[in-house]
Design a protein around this ligand. Structure first.
Ligand code: GLC
Length: 638
């Protein structure tokens, strides 16, 4: 039975006290091989059969994107999670399971939870304290449902914004990524606050997930699409064939063809910062480095991460990440565990994993010391979270899910994330001036402003959860009569003097038209896009609006910079709003001048389609740090 490494002068002190290290060692000493392997197993909640958590001693269960209870309410979430935790306490050694979920911009799988701006917007706000407060609010809403593990922060440093996960990154500046990631870790843990238990952050995806090169992804086998259970769960509404033609899965999970110096200077830095800040969970990347998959990369997972950086927590695989190592599942398991994976997000056929690892240990392909190291790490983290003493959280926290306080925080974050990139005397709007025309269905689409990882994996359109659309926010400030809405740019609901909604005169010219354009919601490789120019129907909408206004303001709801150089000269103002989340009021606050424009780009904005993927050689329309300010208006009631 390996004794936990005792702190020495050269080694970092262990994150557990000597007493807790003794607790872990003693518990490990009581465990059978089956119970140890059970702790290394994470199953997804729709696959776990009743009784198996107790019977197999599973260490964790997760909700993948959209892994929701049938009735998606905070109370139903809590009942689902608490039931699984209770079952784990019926295992022989009563080791509590830890439940994980992608709470990446709030507790976003849960209908009614506060949805914060995605990380690309928080990067533009560039305020660690704001991110720390968001982390704590997110943790509170996760804890309300008994969830103790959030698969966040992503510390990706996106290089090619054609990547569908660009919005999950804070910035292309690794220093800013490190600073904001540590803030989120501290917020999720509740450092220095008497605000309840910690939620375990998961720093992801180790390493250089965002350095993959376009065209190198091997994620998709078109022949096997019909049997790909994970992709089948991605209800994109657009059809896989069309998405693949648009570039889906061309770069996500691809190969980072960079040298080690670049890997260390750009992509390893955030992990060094997170480890130094005491991060205790890291998720391995699907991607490869110089042709070798990270899930089987012993040098990076063990020698660099656990050795050189001194990471003392546990490494979790990504969803089916072990399976991607090859065609022989047993060999994949051997390679992944020996490389340094400690817990496997199986997530479907968990008994196949348990059997494969058991055979690997019995045949000597995986040493028992590797198993004991992995399980010690897992038990140590559970101990540090206090799970052994308090397996459940306080159900009274449920009243804080989607609370007014959290929504106010999200509204502040939205306002701070907006970046003003052009303004020829168009903004701020005057709430007491003549009516404005808002054009584009995206202005009244909560799903579009939340983006992916919201209630479902891909996200969706319309009222997918609760919140305030951008249109509703504008009308809350200026009043219905001052904000006319035209989804298609042709007819609008302009109020007549008898305040009956009717079709305003199509040729009516407004002093200002605000055109809101959105990307189709997406997540991961489903959002890889070859072409980031505006679509023909968006150009037509802009043209119709142009004919009906004096000044044209364009607002983008996007997970990344889009190619707009050709159209920009015809616009009077451009606002990057990213994916702001549920509190669209935060956009109205800034557009009407109640809050200042303070956001600054945390990504370079490519000048043309041809500049995409060209890294430092790309011409930029706007650079990191760009963003304009405007004088504030007098505070507006409402
Ligand atoms: C996904 C993502 C990862 C996420 C995990 C669980 O495939 O790569 O970011 O945390 O699976 O949903």
């Amino acid at each position: 039975m390996p004794s936990a490494p005792m702190p020495s002068a050269s080694m970092p002190s262990h994150f557990l006290s000597p007493e807790d290290q003794t607790f872990v060692a003693r518990l490990l000493g009581q465990m059978t091989l089956a119970e140890k392997i059970g702790q290394m197993t994470q199953a997804e909640k729709n696959s776990v059969r009743p009784g198996d958590v107790a019977r197999l001693g599973l260490g964790s269960v997760l909700s993948g994107g959209g892994g929701n209870p049938d009735l998606n309410t905070p109370a139903s979430w809590r009942a689902m999670v608490s039931g699984l935790i209770d079952e784990s306490l019926r295992s022989r050694l009563k080791i509590p399971l830890i439940y994980g979920s992608d709470a990446v911009h709030g507790h976003n799988n849960v209908v009614g939870a506060t949805i914060f701006p995605h990380n690309i917007g928080l990067g533009a706000a560039r305020d660690p304290d704001l991110v720390r407060r968001i982390g704590r609010a997110t943790a509170t809403e996760a804890l309300a449902t008994d969830v103790r593990w959030a698969f966040a922060p992503a510390v990706s440093v996106p290089q090619d914004v054609r990547w569908g996960r660009s919005y999950e990154g804070y910035s292309q500046d690794p220093g800013l990524v490190s600073e904001l990631a540590v803030a989120l870790i501290e917020g999720l843990r509740g450092d220095g606050q008497d605000s309840g238990p910690s939620v375990l952050p998961s720093v992801k995806h180790f390493v250089a997930d965002a350095a993959a090169v376009w065209g190198t992804s091997r994620r998709i086998d078109r022949q096997a699409l019909s049997t790909d259970r994970t992709l089948a769960s991605a209800d994109t509404g657009q059809g896989m064939a069309k998405l693949l033609d648009l570039g889906a899965w061309q770069i996500d999970q691809g190969d980072a063809l960079i040298d080690e110096q670049t890997l260390r200077a750009v992509h390893l830095e955030p992990y060094r910062a997170a480890t130094k800040a005491g991060a205790l969970n890291i998720m391995a990347s699907y991607s490869s480095w110089q042709g070798q998959k990270l899930h089987g990369h012993r040098y990076l997972l063990t020698d660099v991460l656990k050795g050189e950086l001194g990471f003392q927590g546990f490494v979790v695989s990504d969803w089916e990440g072990v399976d991607q190592l090859g065609s022989d599942y047993g060999a994949c398991v051997v390679q992944a565990i020996n490389a340094g994976i400690d817990m496997v997000m199986v997530p479907f056929d968990y008994e196949r994993f348990i059997s494969a690892l058991t055979q690997a240990v019995e045949s000597g392909q995986v040493g028992l010391e590797r198993i004991d190291d992995a399980v010690s790490r897992i038990l140590g983290v559970k101990r540090s979270l206090g799970l052994f003493g308090q397996a459940h959280t306080d159900p009274a926290l449920l009243e804080q899910v989607g609370s007014a306080e959290h929504r106010l925080l999200a509204r502040e974050a939205v306002s701070r994330s907006l970046v003003l990139l052009k303004n020829d005397q168009a903004l701020p709007l005057d709430p007491l001036g003549p009516p404005i025309l808002v054009v584009g269905q995206a202005a009244d689409d909560l799903g579009a402003q939340c983006g992916g990882w919201t209630v479902t994996w891909m996200g969706g359109h319309g009222p997918t959860t609760t919140g305030t659309t951008l249109l509703a926010g504008l009308r809350a400030v200026a009043g219905e009569a001052q904000v006319h809405f035209s989804p298609d740019g042709q007819t609008d609901d302009g109020q007549t003097d008898d305040s009956q909604a009717d079709e305003g005169p199509p040729d009516r010219v407004y002093p200002v038209a605000l055109v809101v354009l959105a990307e189709e919601p997406y997540a991961e490789g489903m959002g890889d896009r070859a072409d980031l120019r505006l679509h023909p129907e968006q150009l037509e909408l802009l043209e119709r609006a142009r004919q009906r206004c004096g000044r044209l303001v364009v607002l983008l709801l996007s997970g990344r910079p889009l190619i707009v150089s050709e159209q920009l000269p015809g616009w009077d103002a451009l606002v990057a709003a990213w994916l702001p989340g549920s509190e669209g009021q935060g956009v109205a606050d800034v557009l009407y001048g109640a809050q200042p424009f303070t956001g600054r780009l945390s990504y370079g904005w490519p000048a043309s389609q041809g500049d995409l993927g060209r890294g430092a050689d790309a011409s930029l329309l706007f650079g990191i740090g760009d963003g304009l300010s405007v004088p504030l208006k007098a505070p507006v009631t409402g």
